[in-house]
Design a protein around this ligand. Structure first.
Ligand code: PXP
Length: 248
């Protein structure tokens, strides 16, 4: 039996990283979003970081205005970001942990120890009509806490699995994969929609895409890097082909 097709969310943050390297307007992340939509992306994801190191405030509104597929707005749980998201009214909001000194989002959100604050943070976003997801490690305590505070979606940080070298410790990699697979089952049992993201590429996407509970993958850095060599439509098409094949 064929499982439902997987959605592909394309994260365009690093087009903005490249733009900001020279301080001008090019390459334009809005153009990347439009091209990704034309090439079959199911959604566009962008992370407005507190330090604005890639996406900026004006980008978010411009992206939303330029695309007709869903915008997934990644943000830290701060008052400032909540206000911007409420003004932007994206289709989806993904709450991520953020540390200023990190190179990228390094771990999952601490939901279990911060339930009260996070439930107050997500309630107005949910009431405004955004689908809220929490970016967490695939740990039972975090999954259960996400369900308890009423988040309809969890996105698992799959970096601990994806970042393994092919010649690295296979047993440790398999243990990470089992955590993702068990976590996906647990989340689905609790009625949560399951997404995954971080570090996905052509080499590691197949086992993740084959997990039947997973409905969406969010992929950025690899696709934008690959686009430099073969173009964004071709990079997306190859990722889509691998995802569909894994699902068949
Ligand atoms: N999902 C979330 C919540 C993220 O924060 C990121 C970027 O860190 C991604 C997916 C995409 O990760 P990558 O750029 O490694 O594909």
């Amino acid at each position: 039996m064929m499982a439902d097709p997987l959605r592909l969310g394309v994260n365009i943050d690093h087009v903005a990283t490249l733009r900001n390297a020279r301080g001008g307007a090019l390459p334009d992340p809005v153009r990347a979003a439009v091209i990704a939509e034309q090439a079959g992306a199911d959604g566009i994801t962008a992370h407005l970081r507190e330090d604005r190191r890639h996406i900026r405030d004006a980008d978010m509104a411009a992206i939303k205005g330029a695309i007709s597929i869903p915008l997934n707005f990644e943000l830290a749980a701060t008052d400032e970001m909540q206000a911007i998201a409420l003004a932007t009214q994206p289709h989806a909001v993904c709450v991520v942990p953020e540390r200023r000194e990190e190179r990228t989002t390094e771990g999952g959100l601490e939901v279990a120890a911060d339930q009260n604050r996070l439930s107050h943070f997500i309630a107005p976003l949910r009431d405004a009509g955004s689908r809220v997801s929490l970016f967490i490690a695939p740990e039972p305590a975090q999954i259960e806490a996400a369900a308890q505070i009423g988040a309809p979606v969890v996105e698992f940080h799959c970096g601990a699995y994806c970042d393994f070298d092919s010649d690295g410790d296979i047993a440790a990699r398999d243990a990470e994969f089992a955590r993702l697979s068990d976590g996906a089952k647990r989340a689905a049992d609790l009625g949560l929609e399951v997404h995954m993201g971080h570090g996905l590429n052509y080499q590691n996407v197949t086992p993740i895409a084959a997990l039947p509970e997973v409905v969406e993958l969010n992929i950025g850095h690899f696709l934008i890097g690959e686009a430099l060599f073969i173009g964004l439509p071709a990079a997306l098409a190859e990722m889509r082909r691998l995802m569909d094949a894994a699902r068949a």
